[in-house]
Every structure is written in structure tokens, then in C-alpha cells.
Design a protein around this ligand. Structure first.
Ligand code: ZN
Length: 484
């Protein structure tokens, strides 16, 4: 019986007991979803109850249901059972929500959660201390416990900002324990998401990705309780480097090997396209398909966008980081993608030198669109909210579960206050969300029917402990890496 992938024993020994988990396949599935950490179990997740969210401005993002000026949402056992005006059921808890926007939780489609605790080292204004060189240099020192604490910090910030689904792009899977650590952190905090099993920092380009480890995670963790799904994140394709460091570069033959192993397991694939576009080479090799997500749509040609649309490939944009890139690396091609009918979604990428703020991400996209394209391609604020919710769920293959407030879907819901000083007096709700709101306005966060945050506070998670443990891990990494 595995007590925990993140035991105190494994931390003290440096956590390289690679074979330990493989001896007991399937046991993780049977374990209760209780929080674990090196300093002992935390509070369990809140139960899924039955309640009615009452009197909110409901933005369902469901194309048929539309919006309700003062609507109710009935949730039972983690499922949305009804959306409408004045829903009345006896003996059901009422969540009074007047003055709030009720909407689907944000879906973040690409985020390197393992880098979250590297904030003391990354500088936005010093090239040598940028995100790429720092994460590359310190990533090799990560023990599984560091991955666990970093992912926990990142997911806590995601929930704080109203993100209820996250695609954890884990490109520092150094051992089976590292994979289990990241998955444990996601499970312990109750977020929905995809775990993208990746390479490790510093891994030789000619080394194949760990398909056996990938198969083991699929066997031990999936489908579990259905909150987490699995995919891979790939090293870059072709000649790509940014910021003086790369995450590895694969030839087409190596791509066939790495992606083929994932596809044999029925798993989706994600890859960065920072730099010269690999789309034509991938198309010629027959490697494009609806199971593929590309990241950073900055340098595509019209012909390539047509190919992506035909093949059903999606693109994730991370506007907060992309807007900081040099002009030579391209511009965010949101209008071009939407016009071509390419599936597009929104992501945070990382939070080492900016924070998770889907409101700001939408705001930046709108500003850059107005700056570059304007009325040549009309972009509504509602379309941006759809990008951050339903379109993200479509991208991750989760639209049957999340992304809109539709009866039958799981209850991933946020309430955003409109009576705060930065949002009131409120007018159009989409204007409030895209132009005015910030994470501090997110009052309530519900994932799969569990109320994880209420009144702007975690209901069960000891966030002070999460912060303290992340700080301790960062300082220990500093010592281990002999960081100046
Ligand atoms: Zn990225």
C-alpha cells in the first residue's frame, strides 16, 4: 500500500526510489482524495452538496441558454441540474448572489505549474535572470517535493483567480515520483485539469520521452474520479530557441517516435511553437490532428492557419507573456486564428514574473487587437470571455464536463463581485469582466460542486501553509544550486 507519493521519508532521502510506485499499480486510484504534504495531511476537500446560487447575473456561455439578468443555478452532487429564473426547491441551501456575476470557471490551457516557486530568482528586466535561463538552471535540482509544493502554490493561485480547470504542462518530469507529486498536488487541491507528462530539464535531445512512465501514470491515475486527464507535452520541433535556452529540439523523426508513443496510448499532445513555424513540416509528415495543441500563435502564415483548421489542431495563446516578447518573435494572431476558424484558447504559461490573472489576459488581448486590427475584424468582449471559458474546455476535450453553465455539466462555477470599488457602478457584465475586474473580485469558486473558496477565502485549504512550504522549498533550492 502506498501511503503517499510525497512521504517525509522520500523527501529526506532525496526522493529517487523510482521503483516504489511501480510495485503497486492501481493503488492510487483506491485512495481517498485527501490532501497530503511533507508536513502531514491538510484539511480534506469540502463535500459536494446541493445548493442554489440565487439572484446573480448569470452568464452561462451556453449558446442556447444565453444570459440571465437575475438568475439561479441549481447544483446537486457536483452537477448543474438547472439554470433559470427563481428556481425553488424545498430544503436546499441558498447561496445569495445578488450583485455578483455567476459564470463558468476559467479554463487555463497551458501552465508550467512546476515553475511557480521560482519567483525569488526570475527577473523581468534582467535578461540573464529571465524565465528561460532560470528555470533551465534550477529545474535540474528539483526533488519531487519541490514539484509538489510548486504545483500546489500554482493551483492555489489559479483558484484564487477563478481558474477551475488547468492544463499542467509538466516539462520537468525527472522521475515517476515527480509525476506523482504533480498529480497529487492537483488532486489534493481539487482542481480539474489535464496533466501533460513531459521531458525533464536538461534531457538530451536524442533521448526518447519516457513512454513506460507515461503508461504507468495512465494505469495508476486514470480515470480516477474523472477530475484529471492525461496527455503529453513535447519538446520543440525544428530550430527553436528563445532567451538563450531551449527545452530541447526534436527532429521530425524524433517527433514521430515521441508523439507516436503517446498516440498509441490514446493521449493528446501539446507543443510550443516559439520561433519559426513547424506547421508545414508537421503537415508533410502527417503529424497534425485534432489531438494536437500548439502554444504561442505568433508567426503563422495564412496557408498554415488553413491547414490547422482542416486538421482540427488548436492554438493556446498566453497574452501576458507573449506581449513581452521581442517584436521579431511575432505578434499574437488572435484575429487571424478566429477568422480562419482555428480552435483557440487562453493560458497563463507561468507565474514566475507575473501573476495569474485571466481578466488581465483578456484585457491585453483586447488592447492588442484594437491596436493592431481594430474594426477590420470585430472582436466582442463576450467573445473574449468565451475564449477564457468554453473555448478552453473545447481545446482540452472537456466541453462535455465544463466551460459553460449547462444542465448536465459538472458544476465549475465562479461568482465575481460587481460592487467593489473597481467594478461599480456596474453596467454591462462583459465590460466589467474584461475591462475592470481582477482576481480580488472573485468571491466564490466552485469546482465539481465543491465550494473551494467563499467570500474571497479558501474554505478548507491552509493557504498560509502552501505559501510557507513554497518559500522553504525555494530557499532550499537556492542552497542546493549554490545560487548567488
Ligand atoms: Zn509554455
Amino acid at each position: 500500500m502506498i501511503r503517499s507519493p510525497i512521504s517525509r521519508r522520500s523527501v529526506l532521502k532525496g526522493a529517487t526510489a523510482v521503483g516504489a510506485l511501480a510495485t503497486a499499480p492501481g493503488t492510487l486510484r483506491a485512495q481517498p482524495a485527501t490532501p497530503r504534504s511533507a508536513s502531514g495531511p491538510g484539511a480534506p476537500l469540502p463535500p459536494r452538496g446541493e445548493f442554489i446560487i440565487r439572484g446573480a447575473t448569470v452568464l452561462t456561455m451556453d449558446p442556447i441558454l444565453g444570459d440571465l439578468a437575475a438568475g439561479d443555478v441549481h447544483v446537486r452532487d457536483g452537477e448543474i441540474v438547472a439554470v433559470g429564473q427563481r428556481i425553488s426547491r424545498p430544503n436546499v441551501q441558498i447561496v445569495e448572489s445578488a450583485g455578483m456575476i455567476c459564470m463558468p470557471g476559467f479554463v487555463d490551457t497551458h501552465w508550467h505549474l512546476w515553475t511557480s516557486l521560482l519567483r525569488p530568482f526570475v527577473r523581468a528586466d534582467v535578461e540573464a535572470l529571465g524565465y528561460f535561463p532560470v528555470t533551465g538552471r534550477l529545474g535540474v535540482f528539483y526533488a519531487p517535493e519541490d514539484s509538489y509544493r510548486s504545483v500546489k502554490l500554482g493551483v492555489a493561485e489559479a483558484l484564487n483567480a477563478g481558474v477551475t480547470t488547468v492544463h499542467n504542462w509538466a516539462h520537468n518530469v525527472r522521475s515517476p515520483e515527480h509525476a506523482d507529486a504533480e498529480l497529487s498536488a492537483m488532486r489534493d487541491l481539487g482542481v480539474r485539469g489535464r496533466f501533460a507528462y513531459g521531458p525533464s530539464q536538461g534531457m538530451p535531445d536524442d533521448q526518447s520521452m519516457d513512454h513506460a512512465g507515461l503508461a504507468r501514470v495512465k494505469r495508476d491515475w486514470m480515470p480516477g474520479d474523472g477530475m484529471l486527464t492525461l496527455g503529453i507535452c513535447s519538446r520543440n520541433v525544428g530550430n527553436m530557441s528563445i532567451g538563450g535556452a531551449t527545452r530541447g529540439v526534436l527532429t521530425i523523426e524524433m517527433v514521430k517516435r515521441d508523439w507516436g508513443g503517446a498516440r498509441a496510448l490514446g493521449l493528446p499532445i501539446s507543443v510550443h511553437t516559439s520561433g519559426p513555424s513547424p506547421i508545414k513540416a508537421l503537415e508533410e509528415a502527417g503529424l497534425l490532428g485534432p489531438d494536437l495543441q500548439l502554444v504561442h500563435p505568433l508567426l503563422t502564415a495564412a496557408e498554415e492557419r488553413a491547414i490547422l483548421q482542416t486538421r482540427g489542431v488548436s492554438y493556446s495563446t498566453s497574452p501576458t507573456g507573449e506581449a513581452r516578447r521581442p517584436a521579431a518573435l511575432g505578434v499574437i494572431q488572435l484575429a487571424e486564428l478566429l477568422e480562419a476558424g482555428v480552435k483557440t484558447s487562453l493560458s497563463t504559461d507561468h507565474t514566475t514574473n507575473y501573476n495569474c490573472d485571466p481578466f488581465v489576459a483578456m484585457r491585453i488581448l483586447f488592447a492588442l487587437h484594437q491596436h493592431r486590427i481594430g474594426s477590420k475584424f470585430p472582436l466582442t468582449l463576450k467573445r473574449l470571455v468565451q475564449l477564457a471559458t468554453l473555448d478552453g474546455a473545447v481545446d482540452l476535450g472537456l466541453a462535455d464536463k465544463t466551460g459553460s453553465l449547462s444542465p448536465g455539466k459538472r458544476a465549475d462555477i465562479i461568482l465575481v463581485r460587481t460592487g467593489d470599488v473597481n467594478t461599480s457602478p456596474v453596467g454591462d457584465p462583459y465590460e466589467a469582466l474584461v475591462s475592470l475586474a481582477q482576481p480580488g473580485n472573485v468571491d466564490t469558486v466552485i469546482v465539481d460542486g465543491r465550494i473551494l473558496r467563499r467570500g474571497g477565502k479558501f474554505t478548507a485549504l491552509d493557504h498560509a501553509q502552501v505559501v510557507r512550504e513554497a518559500h522553504e522549498a525555494a530557499m532550499a533550492l537556492r542552497a542546493k544550486a549554490q545560487w548567488p
